[in-house]
Design a protein around this ligand. Sequence first.
Ligand code: ACO
Length: 405
Amino acid sequence: VIDIRKLYAQTGKFTYDPGFLSTAACQSKITYIDGDKGELLYRGYPIEQLATQCDFLETCYLLLNGELPNATQKTEFNGLVTRHTMVNEQMQFFLRGFRRDAHPMAVMTGLVGALSAFYHDSTDINNPQHREISAIRLIAKMPTLVAMAYKYGIGQPYIYPKNDLSYSANFMRMMFATPCEEYVPNDVLTRAIDRIFILHADHEQNASTSTVRLCGSSGTNPFAAIAAGVACLWGPAHGGANEAALNMLEDVQKMGGVEKIGEFIKQVKDKNSNVKLMGFGHRVYKNYDPRAKLMRETCHEVLGALGKTNDPILKLAMELEKIALEDEYFVARKLYPNVDFYSGIVQRAIGIPVSLFTAIFALARTVGWIAQLNEMIGDPEYKIGRPRQLYNGASKRDVVALDKR
Ligand code: ACO
């Protein structure tokens, strides 16, 4: 690692690195990825252990505080989050301004940014108490907002949070209960959604996290910085890939399913086609994404619990994975399934519409964004982020009068 700042101070030389392929913008103690081994650690703990032995709120506590909570800390933290699950009633009127068919991520970008208009007591990003309470508010209110966006879209009344339920069961209830019919939580499905939250909680300096850091570095308020992360996450090369992956599987199914995989793979390999195998490939993982392995396992559990083991989309995904992993094109480029390849199948089986997948990713990633924001602001080397550029435009020239141009 070269600390280029010294070289810059002495010589004025700087690096040119589009896509930040070889530039670390920060130091971090939160998440570690070994892309060659396919290893992911949150605060040193392997993702496999967290996903099987902890729940999402314990993972949130870990990411925010650096250590897993003991039993008392866990109860206190759960209680704190639970007390903040409601959103201001005025948010309903804000939601009503959207078209019913608006994309949930368009709605979420607006709703999360709008929180700063309601919580004036927690908008100073440089004040640790403001950051602490805004973190709890954001983690607590994201499920409520996602469920409200969903209910609004389908024209059903909002379901208010019920705080004697776990974080994930509460979310499922706000999504699926109606005033006429109470939702009976299913343990396998609740555990699956909780696992989706854990697996998506942080992933070091990806595009949306870097966006949150950059946005927060200007001193904007925490809600605005997280809204910027939501906007960045929406893109199909990032969080939007779960939606794109499921749409792709459904398209291949319509083409003829398993029989047509060969034809589809041919299109993917054709560089003029612009077709990608969505849910495959990763900037950092050059091995199987460990989250994808856990997600595939969850996929089988959920479909088993729902009696849908013959789901044609799951069969198609597994066959597509098998064929791609043996294909020279994918082998040479080290392209493996990422977390999004199977998460869409799980969410669809649970009854979550495809257009909501990325909003659920945003819900889960909020804690990671906040932990990264806190770390940046606590870093004595923290400065406003300001990338350099290599200017290659016109040289200095004079404006020609309008009648002579
Ligand atoms: N399908 C087909 N070819 C691919 C794919 C894919 N999914 N991903 C990469 N490639 C190819 C590229 O075309 C390139 O080929 P080339 O060397 O012949 O030009 C080579 O593999 C390297 O790919 P890059 O685009 O340079 O890799 P990069 O690190 O910039 O991109 C990315 C990573 C954006 C994730 C890419 O793999 C992709 O678009 N995947 C599909 C979208 C997706 O699943 N995104 C989710 C990422 S995980 C997340 O955000 C939670």
